[in-house]
Design a protein around this ligand. Sequence first.
Ligand code: NAP
Ligand code: GCO
Length: 266
Amino acid sequence: MNTNAFRLDGKVAWITGGSYGIGFAIASAYAQMGAKIVFNDLNEDKMKMGVESYKKIGIDAKGFVCDVTKEEQVVALVDEVIKEYGHLDILVNNAGIIKRIPMTEMKAEEYRQVIDVDLVAPFICSKAVIPHMVKQGHGKIINICSMMSELGRETVSAYAAAKGGLKMLTRNICSEYGEANIQCNGIGPGYIATPQTAPLREKQPDGSMHPFDAFIRAKTPANRWGTPEDLQGPAVFLASDASNFVNGHILYVDGGILAYIGKQPK
Ligand code: NAP
Ligand code: GCO
């Protein structure tokens, strides 16, 4: 066993939407394993805040303002990365949004916005990096999927459709570019404590936790929310040579949710 197979020395990794949350945790782990970090945010202030947060933990990350749904902005980012570093080895399609609206109240435009960020953007970003990965003879693409790649629940129709689609985009990139030594895998996080899930963990006016908290803990054999750091080991594995024959796989990091039928009533 080559114990250095998990290292990422000399690799360049682009984590979309990496200024905080899950993207920040994954990028930090990659930097600790030796990679150079490129990330983007929609908004300049948040991008600068991201650069500062990386600096605070000793990481010199390069931040871009880039909307991942805009192909011309994505292509410009990738061109600049290639110009500066000469290669781009790892792409993590992490940027994502959710709209929690009952389906019959959701406007088609709102549905499209979620599909655009969570499903079309990973296509745009992957399409922009694949030719470079083919040319350099290797590449890793990691799509951040979800419990909703497998499960449904009320109010998240667009998100579930997008994340289910992202699972299949993952398998298709594997099918189409595996021969070019590109591995495309997904990570399906369980319920992770980040700004995206903050509304589900809000304290109620009487000081009690939001009822969703007890619901999720009861659904999770680990009986807790995940943390962004729980995703670091799996993300390093899928970006490293240790996973060179793992392709088209979705690695669920969910404290056991998908294995569990749920607690029986007392
Ligand atoms: P988050 O805290 O809401 O962060 C999302 C990031 O994506 C933000 O930096 C955001 O930028 C960025 N972003 C959104 N739209 C963008 C766009 N068009 N272009 C560029 N950046 C954009 O989310 P998170 O919880 O860390 O989630 C990260 C990923 O994991 C998402 O794909 C999410 O669906 C998925 N996920 C999350 C959980 C969970 O429980 N938290 C579970 C499973 C999967 P701004 O700051 O400018 O808004
Ligand atoms: C929701 C949540 C989720 C999670 C996550 C689960 O409203 O149910 O926001 O969808 O964020 O994607 O894996």
